[in-house]
Design a protein around this ligand. Structure first.
Ligand code: CP3
Length: 340
């Protein structure tokens, strides 16, 4: 197996850093669009373990990345808890009903009962591990409680997440109850993913940055910490809290192996703050990949030169759907030809 990702997460020496891209499965690959166009909907694809495995592996074949990330979505969790979603073309996720009241929260199922509804994800893991045949590790993932809370309150994406944030002030106890139920589900979900064979797990807290630090500690990080504490010892864990730089100290204190960072914070600053306490994942601006080859090489080399190890090369957020494949390949190839 190409295990440089796992070695890096375990703190072992490698000759170059591993590279993968958040949201590498789907979106940017013509092979993905071909599979997708033969399925009725995104959800049909997510719920079909053979097809999900196929698109999970496509970026490994096409881009030569050092890890596969399971093809699924963070929104399967609210669905398993009882909040159905749809993906509307060009608009993104939409929940026909949202959480408004204590009764809505009480009606959600949670914990193991909810996690067991995601059988199709576990089957996709088994199928993917089979088809991958140990070429590269498989990354499992979940949304973080706060980010899932945002969708469950808003019903869709938002620029301000003001419905979700207002709920924290108007109904702090209800908010905690909902975050507990989400966390209980996420913990069971990750435990089963690990049992089924994922080699590491990433927690995506995409909307961490819309909270002030005090609120992020109380309504975000507290639950991420609790989830991490439920996982088997030595689980390889990556926490990506987008926009949460102001909570650096608290992030460094989490019981995880790696922290993901977005591009709005300088790599040099990250390296100086983290100082070997965690593995660092990130943090090239996804927009660099639209630039010409010279700029892609320059930016990638600059990023590579900052870390002397303990680094997983990635973008600072998911790759954008219209990114030219040539740019993505240049980035991956540049990392793969680098040596410490
Ligand atoms: O590498 C991968 O793409 C693996 C699978 C993956 C998807 N979503 C597939 C997907 C992962 C890891 C996610 C995570 C996810 N989903 C996040 C966290 C990461 C981040 O980007 O911040 C969030 C916030 C979501 C919610 C979501 N799902 C949105 C906002 C959208 C619509 C816009 C978009 O990203 O395309 C989705 C749909 C979605 N999830 C698609 C894919 C491939 C596109 C749907 C399609 O192909 O029809």
């Amino acid at each position: 197996m190409n295990d440089i990702l796992l070695k890096t997460l375990d703190g072992q020496l490698v000759e170059r850093p591993p590279v993968w891209l958040m949201r590498q499965a789907g979106r940017i690959l013509p092979q993905y669009r071909a599979v997708r166009s033969n399925m009725k909907s995104f959800k049909d694809l997510v719920k079909n373990p053979v097809k999900a495995a196929e698109v999970t592996i496509q970026p490994v074949d096409e881009l030569g990345v050092d890890a596969a990330i399971l093809f699924s979505d963070i929104l399967v969790i609210p669905e398993a808890m009882g909040l159905d979603y749809n993906l509307v073309e060009k608009k993104g996720p939409m929940f026909p009903t949202t959480i408004q009241s204590w009764d809505d929260i009480a009606a959600l199922i949670d914990g193991e009962e909810a996690a067991l509804k995601l059988e199709y994800v576990y089957n996709a893991i088994t199928e993917t591990k089979d088809q991958l045949n140990d070429r590269v590790p498989l990354i499992g993932f979940t949304g973080a409680p706060w980010t899932l809370f945002c969708y469950m309150l808003e019903g869709e994406g938002s620029k301000t997440f003001s419905k979700a944030r207002r709920f924290l002030y108007q109904h702090p106890e209800w908010s905690h109850k909902l975050l507990q139920k989400i966390s209980a589900t996420v913990a069971e979900y990750l435990k089963i993913q690990i049992e089924k064979g994922v080699d590491c797990v990433q927690i995506f807290d995409s909307w961490a940055g819309c909270l002030g630090t005090q609120q992020y500690h109380e309504f975000g990080l507290k639950y991420i910490r609790w989830i991490l504490e439920q996982l088997p010892e030595n689980t390889r864990t990556i926490v990506f809290s987008k926009g949460a730089h102001a909570s650096m100290e608290e992030l460094l204190d989490l019981p995880c192996k790696a922290l993901g960072f977005d591009w709005q914070i300088e790599a040099e600053y990250i390296a100086s703050q983290v100082n070997g306490q965690k593995v660092v994942q990130g943090n090239l601006d996804p927009c660099v990949l639209y630039a010409d080859n010279e700029e892609i090489v320059r930016s990638t080399q600059r990023l590579l030169s900052v870390f002397k190890g303990g680094h997983i090369v990635n973008l600072g957020h998911g790759v954008y759907p219209d990114t030219p494949l040539s740019g993505v390949k240049k980035f991956v190839d540049e990392v793969k030809s680098f040596r410490y």
